[in-house]
Design a protein around this ligand. Structure first.
Ligand SMILES: [Zn+2]
Length: 97
């Protein structure tokens, strides 16, 4: 599957890199508040595939802070696959599964 750098959003097909080869962002800092902030900001990314990727990460992290952002996204976007992904994500984060 494809991975993205949460700082510059360059995409990679490598699963496991610690530092983004493009911008030098340290991927290891996954638990930082700033990392979550970057993810939340990226929900407004112009590329739908990046937004879907971010939604998936937020679900994996059970990121409760993301719920209002996902709600907003599901109401504002015109892309039906994003609406569906955002609604499912809210549900799954609520369930904590
Ligand atoms: Zn980067």
């Amino acid at each position: 599957m494809r991975y993205y750098c949460p700082n510059c959003w360059k995409d990679y097909w490598v699963e496991d890199f610690k530092t983004c080869p493009e911008c030098g962002y340290s991927i290891k800092k996954h638990n930082d508040k700033s990392y979550v902030d970057k993810l939340l900001n990226a929900l407004n990314h112009r590329a739908g595939e990046v937004r879907l990727f971010v939604i998936m990460i937020l679900v994996q992290r059970k990121e409760k802070r993301a719920i209002p952002y996902l709600d907003k996204l599901s109401k504002e976007t015109k892309d039906p696959s994003l609406v569906k992904a955002a609604l499912e994500a809210v549900m799954r984060i609520h369930e904590g599964k």
